[in-house]
Write a protein that binds this ligand. Structure first.
Ligand code: AMP
Length: 504
């Protein structure tokens, strides 16, 4: 009997003597060894009571064993639910009570704190440590090295990924076998992955980027991965000369560019660098090409939809854009208020439809109805624009839209101008409460290394370039912008920090 995702991604590893993972200490794991590990874990999951359709929630460090839990859960017909390793006990309580998993895996160091949390949600707790030890590993040790995968069809659920939840509570996006496989197939083809690829994998595997985009594409094509626990610049520079490809968030690339060891010779043999999860500044794109000769391929996606658009592998990779809708993905720009399709060139809500789009939010029918239309289009919450050549650009999140004195301001337009000013490294534009205007445009600046920024001069420079209502009513200089693990600027924190600027 078939198990769609298992058959495509993991079954081919069975018995393979080819290298599958290179681990941080230089040790290599063959596909066969990984498949045997996953099979033993699948038996252990079954023994722990996991049945088809059950959730397996994991908050564990990235490791070969953690990836094997994903493989084992899929093989056992379960639903894989990875959680950010930074979540606190209180946050974990929310996820477990919401998802009601059969099993919850965490590091042994957290077991004492999290056992009552798991008990309260009716989940069994087992441990898996960063070094691969723990009660799950013990339970798996004596199990057979082969496992007959449980039958799962294309529409069966394979994973729940919770949204990062910067506004309101995090929602569990339900992803099917077909959602994940179709996207991996498209990306592998578009980005020309083959069994000869060695992907430098430094992304977390609790997020769609590292788990599905990176790992699934590599698995599907029979390639191998240098599987690093996280982004450590020295480690990445050490391993890059072995890799053929790397997927990253923009901060990976800015941090590499900050290091003189990162040069043309180091990456001469590389085939592909991709970027996503947060906007890559056009300036970074240009600096990267100047330094290395490579043009970063930027793509756009999200937890609920996997990947939606990508710059072309062979054609022009246009800085500041996220490229074209992927094959099979329909994309339209609509009026956020009415849902009507807007003419080409106008900014509006990005809506997408395709085999990549999730099935809805777990036990949140109301939220699902608000964001997923009956005709299958998903209202992404991203504001975008399509240029005359068909390239899509993201202008910002709808919720970041500033309404000042009744006028709409898209922060990106102001940020692009601020970034051009001498001495400005980057900026974030937010709306803060204002007694007259409701909201006022407010700019937060980071200075380039060694530059002294004069906010008044920056303000004056913008005066002739932007309509008055779009000009920041105040500017602040900070050392760095707050970012989450995926490199996204946390504007909610900035809004909180500067909310009193125009009070009274
Ligand atoms: P997540 O669900 O955590 O993957 O976050 C998805 C959101 O990240 C999208 O809705 C976008 O707002 C943002 N995002 C992802 N890729 C890009 C990109 N290449 N450029 C700009 N924003 C992006």
């Amino acid at each position: 009997m078939a198990n769609v995702l298992h058959d495509a991604l993991f079954a081919p590893l069975t018995g393979s003597a080819r290298r599958f993972l290179i681990l941080p200490d230089g040790q290599e794991m063959t596909g066969g060894a990984f498949a045997a590990l996953a099979a033993r874990m699948a038996h252990a999951l079954l023994a722990a009571g996991v049945r088809p359709g059950d959730r397996v929630a994991v908050q564990v460090a990235k490791s070969a064993e953690a990836l094997a839990v994903y493989a084992a859960t899929v093989a056992a017909g379960g639903i894989f639910l990875p959680l950010n390793t930074a979540y606190t006990a209180e946050e974990i309580a929310y996820f477990l009570n919401n998802a009601i998993p059969r099993l919850f895996l965490c590091d042994a160091a957290k077991a004492a704190t999290l056992t009552p949390v798991a008990d309260a949600a009716g989940a069994r707790l087992m441990t898996l440590n960063a070094d691969g030890t723990g009660s799950l590993a013990e339970a798996a040790a004596g199990q057979p090295a082969t496992f007959a995968a449980v039958a799962r069809g294309p529409e069966d659920l394979a994973a729940f990924l919770y949204t990062s939840g910067t506004t309101g509570r995090s929602k569990g996006a339900m992803l099917t076998h077909a959602n994940l496989l179709s996207n991996a197939e498209v990306l592998a083809r578009e980005w020309r992955f083959t069994a000869d690829d060695l992907l430098l994998h430094a992304l977390p595997i609790f997020h769609t980027h590292g788990l599905f985009v990176a790992s699934n594409v590599s698995l599907l094509t029979g390639g191998a991965m240098i599987f690093l626990p996280g982004f450590d610049r020295d480690q990445v520079i050490r391993w890059l000369p072995r890799a053929t490809s790397m997927m990253g968030v923009p901060t990976f690339y800015t941090r590499l560019l900050d290091d003189p060891r990162f040069d043309r010779a180091l990456v001469a043999h590389m085939r592909l660098f991709t970027s996503g999860s947060a906007p890559l500044l056009a300036e970074t794109h240009v600096a990267f090409e100047e330094r290395t000769g490579h043009r970063i391929l930027e793509r756009y996606g999200m937890t609920e939809t996997n990947m939606n658009t990508s710059n072309p592998y062979a054609g022009e990779r246009r800085a500041g854009t996220v490229g074209f809708p992927l094959p099979g993905v329909e994309l339209k720009i609509t009026d956020p208020a009415t849902g009507a399709t807007l003419p080409q060139g106008e900014a509006g809500m990005i809506e997408v439809r395709g085999p990549n789009v999730f099935k809805g939010y777990w036990q949140m029918t109301e939220k699902t109805r608000e964001e997923l239309r009956d005709d299958g289009f998903f209202i992404t919450g991203d504001i975008g624009v399509v240029d005359a050549d068909g390239y899509v650009s993201i202008v910002g999140r709808a919720k970041d839209l500033i309404i000042t004195g009744g006028y709409n301001v898209y922060p990106k337009e102001v940020e692009l101008l601020l970034d051009e000013q001498p001495g400005v490294l980057e900026s974030a534009v937010i709306g803060v409460p204002h007694p007259d205007f409701g909201e006022a445009v407010f700019g937060v600046l980071v200075a380039q290394k060694g530059a002294a920024l004069d906010p008044a001069a920056v303000q004056a420079a913008l005066a002739g370039r932007l309509a008055k209502f779009k000009q920041p009513k105040g500017l602040a200089v900070v050392d760095e912008l707050p970012r989450n693990t995926m490199g996204k600027v946390q504007k909610n924190l900035l809004r909180e920090q500067f909310k009193g600027r125009f009070a009274g």
